[in-house]
Design a protein around this ligand. Structure first.
Ligand SMILES: [Zn+2]
Length: 298
């Protein structure tokens, strides 16, 4: 199996000229410098499981030089911190440290028991995307998918419609539908590959915005194969547990419950989230930009 190609441009903002641009607080860089004028005072921090919404007790919460531990209700209070201060959370059985910024809402953690890390950041077969990629925007966004004339055979169309139904039901972020417009953000083609290949277009701030799936003649009519490639289009890598995204234990026609949980949890983070679970680097001086394509074979 070939590895995916992930082209990631990284630069540190050591040059004074770049500091102001990198210090801007954007949805993709929430751990920038604390904006002036934001109020300081007592802040109650609530930590919950992103999967079950249950409170997380005994989580170590650090804000600047202050540290506290959540009680049985998942709550810890700090005496004097900014309402949007950067925060780091460590908790047993959850992917941590979680690094983000206070925003007045409960802070979520991702259970280690879910295959989040391998499906989102770095799969066991060596495919690494480095940071989370997802379709941004409002849930339920329609994404037209174009089948070119040489892929209009009824069996190909039917297989795609069935795969779209499964994929759309497994998540509610993007809703795929076939279109006759060749300019659609997603399309398919025949490609001289063993089975199939997903080319997924993304941008650090826009997230994933388009795709092309390349099929062998045979795989273009296989619903299971098409649905697997749609998992890649969503931003998933290969998993080791049985499920739609497993290469060796892909048995059913639907995504497994853990895979669906990961798909939901991905929506609680933004594109550019860094492993283990950081909105940005802890120093807030990292930026990745420009349009890229990642390609996953099989
Ligand atoms: Zn695959």
């Amino acid at each position: 199996m070939r590895n995916a190609f992930s082209f990631v441009l990284v630069f540190a903002c050591a040059v004074p000229l770049l500091v102001s641009a990198c210090g801007d607080r954007t949805p993709d860089n929430p751990i920038g410098p604390t904006p002036p004028g934001s109020g300081s005072g007592p802040q109650t921090v609530t930590v919950i499981s992103g999967e079950t919404q249950a409170p997380v007790a005994n989580a170590a919460v650090r804000i600047g030089s202050q540290q506290g531990t959540t009680d049985s209700s998942g709550i810890v209070t700090f005496e004097d911190v900014a309402a949007n201060a950067g925060v780091s959370i460590e908790a047993t059985s959850f992917i941590s440290p979680r690094q983000t910024r206070l925003n007045g809402s409960p802070l979520t953690l991702i259970p280690e028991s879910l295959p989040f890390y391998e499906l989102v950041y770095h799969s066991s077969d060596g495919i690494g995307l480095g940071y989370l990629k997802r379709w941004e925007g409002e849930p339920g966004r329609e994404v037209p998918f174009y089948l070119p004339p040489d892929m209009q055979a009824p069996a190909v169309v039917r297989a795609h419609e069935e795969a779209f139904r499964t994929f759309n039901a497994a998540q509610n972020q993007i809703i795929l539908r076939l279109t006759d417009q060749a300019s659609a953000p997603c399309n398919a083609m025949f490609e001289p590959v063993a089975t199939a290949v997903a080319h997924v277009h993304h941008d650090r701030t826009r997230g994933i915005y388009g795709c092309t799936i390349g099929y062998s003649e045979e795989s273009a009519t296989r619903v299971n194969r098409i649905t697997h490639e749609l998992g890649h289009v969503y931003g998933l890598l290969h998993g080791t547990i049985p499920g739609m995204m497993s290469i060796t234990q892909n048995t059913g026609l639907d995504f497994s419950p853990p895979e669906k949980a990961v798909m939901r949890l991905m929506l609680t983070r933004h594109s550019g989230n860094m492993p283990p679970d950081a909105d940005s680097t802890s120093s807030g001086t990292m930026s990745i930009s420009g349009s890229r394509t990642f390609t996953i074979v099989d």
